[in-house]
Design a protein around this ligand. Sequence first.
Ligand SMILES: [Zn+2]
Length: 76
Amino acid sequence: MSQADSKRPLEVACPQCRKTVPWTTDHPYRPFCSKRCRLLDLGAWADESHRIAGEPAMDETDIDAWLARADRDGSD
Ligand SMILES: [Zn+2]
């Protein structure tokens, strides 16, 4: 019966820098070690998705165009 073992938090490796991060509420950016690493990773991911050919990115201008079109098509 070792309660100490079960109390040990799960640890994950930060996907950005591979630093070990305890999976606890003390680390709101888990699995990243920090806000910086999370932003770096999201930035890299967004960057990557914009490079996929043929995949229209839904940015604000696209949403405006889409809404304008939907407005026209859905006329009562
Ligand atoms: Zn990190």
